[in-house]
Design a protein around this ligand. Structure first.
Ligand SMILES: *[C@@H]1O[C@H](CO)[C@@H](O)[C@H](O)[C@H]1NC(C)=O
Length: 318
């Protein structure tokens, strides 16, 4: 832990030290392997001029009276500008040019400091979710001195310039797409598009409604199924008993004021009554003593409301 802190401190310190220094001394940037035409132009250049280029104070090109004595391989434009090919880190440093008139006075001069940088690699955009935010990380191996930019749904987040970006989950509603880009002076690379889905934290707020809805829906479905099953059972049982045990049922459904009961009135109009009767009827069936149960039921229940026996919907099998 201490080592990590020290290392982090060193990195941060180095970043703070090297960055302004680099900015102060580099006015030209190029990537390794690239070619560069130094930005020097002297339109009045003739063969009468002395043209001298130095790199880190070492003469790399010298031409006097049209005769090149140093740097024959260097390509120099008509305006005195060299083309630097296949730059390497050794190509960095101070380039200086001096143009002299034939009488020895200085006609023009220019100095520039070239910095050679590696091209950035494509960043890997990753994210983690916590309870309130999604934390995005624009990972590159060497982030020192690099510029990070972010887009959300294709729009630049101009205020976000760090390697890491934290977006609250409230801002993350809907499908949001992120990219990050990393750039240095010579190159820029963009990450793949990432659409964060923070499932576990979002369960705390937004999908709680979903959970409730699912639970309620499931319970409702179960209830509905139960009702359907009960209804089907009742109908089935009632039909059965109506077929099989008309005697017992008759005694249940009809009061004792109907002793003749030649007309077996069977109330199909009141399924709930029938169901209760059917239940007791089935018990009676197991006991095989319908008469006892009938009398018991009669004893418990006061005589029911007189059923309107109209024209006795006769069941076909008597
Ligand atoms: C040297 O030559 C240039 C161009 O020919 C001229 O402008 C300049 O005045 C000369 N300087 C001197 C000191 O002769």
């Amino acid at each position: 832990m201490a080592c990590f802190a020290v290392a982090l401190g060193v990195i941060v310190l180095c970043g703070f030290i090297s960055l302004p220094a680099a900015k102060d001394t580099c006015d030209l940037y190029a990537a390794v392997g690239e070619s560069l035409t130094l930005p020097f132009v002297y339109n009045g250049l003739t063969n009468s001029h002395v043209l001298r280029w130095t790199h880190n104070k070492k003469i790399i090109y010298y031409r006097e009276k049209g005769k090149v004595s140093v740097g024959n391989s260097l390509v120099i434009s008509a305006t005195g500008t060299p083309l630097l090919k296949n730059l390497q880190s050794s190509s960095a440093g101070t380039y200086q040019v001096t143009v002299l008139h034939s009488n020895g006075t200085v006609a023009n001069t220019w100095t520039g400091h070239l910095c050679i940088l590696d091209k950035v690699s494509k960043p890997q955009l990753t994210y983690t979710c916590d309870s309130s935010a999604v934390n995005l990380n624009c990972y590159v191996a060497n982030p020192q001195g690099l510029v990070f930019t972010w887009t959300l749904d294709g729009n630049d987040l101009t205020s976000e310039t760090k390697q890491k970006l934290s977006i609250s989950l409230a801002q993350l509603l809907g499908q949001r797409s992120f990219t990050c880009s990393v750039a240095n002076k010579v190159s820029k690379e963009k990450s793949d598009v990432v659409r964060p889905t923070c499932k576990s934290p979002t369960l705390l707020c937004f999908p709680s409604k979903t959970v409730v809805a699912v639970v309620a829906g499931g319970a409702g479905l179960i209830l509905l199924l139960l009702i359907i099953i009960v209804a089907l059972c009742c109908r089935h049982r009632c039909n059965k008993t109506s077929v099989k045990d008309k005697g017992g049922l008759r005694m249940l459904s009809l009061s004792k004021r109907e002793p003749d009961s030649t007309s077996r009135v069977y109330e199909t109009m009141h399924p709930s009554e029938d169901c209760y009767e059917t239940v007791s009827q089935s018990e009676a069936q197991t006991e095989n003593k319908p008469s006892e149960l009938t009398t018991a039921a009669e004893g418990v229940q006061p005589s029911p409301v007189p059923k309107p026996r109209t024209k006795s919907p006769q069941t076909p099998n008597v």
